[in-house]
Design a protein around this ligand. Structure first.
Ligand SMILES: Cc1cc2nc3c(=O)[nH]c(=O)nc-3n(C[C@H](O)[C@H](O)[C@H](O)COP(=O)(O)OP(=O)(O)OC[C@H]3O[C@@H](n4cnc5c(N)ncnc54)[C@H](O)[C@@H]3O)c2cc1C
Length: 333
């Protein structure tokens, strides 16, 4: 049986952030992920200045696609509001593999199914043993399912359903656009260009409200793509894929003995825009901190409101100047 001090289930942003912090403290860590990286992760790939700070990133050194938006364009019906701010886009395919590699932790491809707790810690599928366990396996995380689900049931009214597609496309419109409540969608749709000819578009809404209101996510997707074909993305061939995850609710139990849950496994995405990368990273770092420093593991404040963070970045002049000057290939101000 393979033994380690800390076993992390899932190598996405939550798991890779935890591993990075633990490895820096010299802890013996192993990550198990059912997929081989780089792997596809459905996500618009919009990240905030907080993420850059928390990962101590030097964006000039980041080796993959990176676009900084000097503004977001928010649409409410026929009204368009340009919001000057600093936000970034990456491709998850690249970003997650980069984070994982930077963590320096060993990674094995393994689909975790069964977790047994005993006096020494945790046994995973009869093949791995660890003193500490971090659940970072996203919405369907087996650590959540086996150890936390009964204590922390997910609220169906917080379930978000999405359709999206990321494709190679020679876009001309370089700003990020968000359309809120178009055609009664209880959520928003997005157009997120990536550096060097990639584009992510999608729609997301609260599943229960869509069902109650007789909405069909496909109908909203068709509405978005008709609009894009007539405007920013003529001739684009869209083939969407669906995914579902949970917005932040009242997450009560995040630690049980030496087992922790983080990121989407705990349901931490922001309640207004469903932004989950930042909360996943923050919670992974906190789990690592709890293990190395023996501190409390609290996630009360890892999820704020995305709109507050966007507004804050409007007034963060040094961040704006630095981000816009920091790297070639960004969108111009
Ligand atoms: C369409 C869409 C658009 C989004 N857009 C944004 C955005 O623009 N910005 C933003 O901040 N957030 C966005 N989000 C949310 C964001 O993607 C997630 O909140 C974030 O990925 C959570 O990170 P995580 O590390 O918790 O989980 P994940 O990124 O899901 O990583 C979990 C990992 O666990 C692995 N795993 C799962 N089960 C097992 C198992 N049984 N055994 C081993 N490994 C396993 C998976 O393979 C995966 O690699 C979006 C989500 C969707 C669906």
């Amino acid at each position: 049986m393979r033994s380690c001090e800390v076993l992390i289930v899932g190598g996405g942003p939550a798991g890779a952030a935890a591993a990075w912090r633990l490895r820096r403290a010299g802890v013996d860590v192993l990550i198990l992920d059912r997929e081989n990286f780089p792997r596809l992760k459905l996500c618009a790939g919009w990240i905030t200045p907080e993420v850059v700070r928390e990962l101590e990133m030097d964006v000039r050194e980041y080796p993959h696609r990176w676009l900084t938006y000097p503004r977001l364009r928010m649409h409410f019906g026929r009204v368009q509001v340009p919001v000057p701010c600093v936000q970034h886009s990456i491709r998850r395919f690249e970003f997650d593999a980069w984070m994982l590699e930077r963590s320096g932790a060993p990674v094995e491809v393994h689909n975790v199914r069964r977790i047994v707790a005993d006096a020494q810690g945790y046994v995973i599928d009869g093949a791995y043993r660890a003193r500490y366990l971090i659940g970072a396996g996203g919405t369907r995380c087996p650590v959540y399912r086996e150890l936390f689900r009964e204590l922390n049931p997910r609220a169906s009214e917080l379930q978000l359903v999405t359709l999206e597609h990321e494709l190679e496309y020679d876009w001309r419109e370089q700003d990020c656009h968000l359309w809120f409540f178009a055609n009664g969608l209880p959520g928003y749709s997005w157009y997120v260009p990536k550096e060097r000819g990639w584009l992510n578009v999608g729609v997301g809404g609260i599943a229960q409200r869509m069902k109650g209101g007789g909405h069909d996510i496909r109908g909203h997707w068709n509405h978005l793509t008709r609009m894009l074909h007539a405007g920013f993305a003529p001739g684009a061939r869209f083939e969407p894929t669906g995914y579902s995850y949970f917005l932040r609710g009242n997450v009560k139990v995040v630690r049980r003995d030496n087992a922790f849950i983080t990121g989407d496994a705990a349901g931490l995405a922001t309640p207004d825009l469903g932004e989950g990368i930042g909360p996943a990273i923050r919670s992974g770092l906190r789990a690592a901190q709890a293990i190395t420093a023996g501190s409390d593991f609290r996630l009360d404040d890892v999820t704020g409101k995305s709109l507050t963070s966007i507004l804050r970045s409007m007034f963060d002049r040094p961040a704006r100047a630095g981000a816009l000057a920091g790297r070639r290939g960004h969108a111009s101000a």
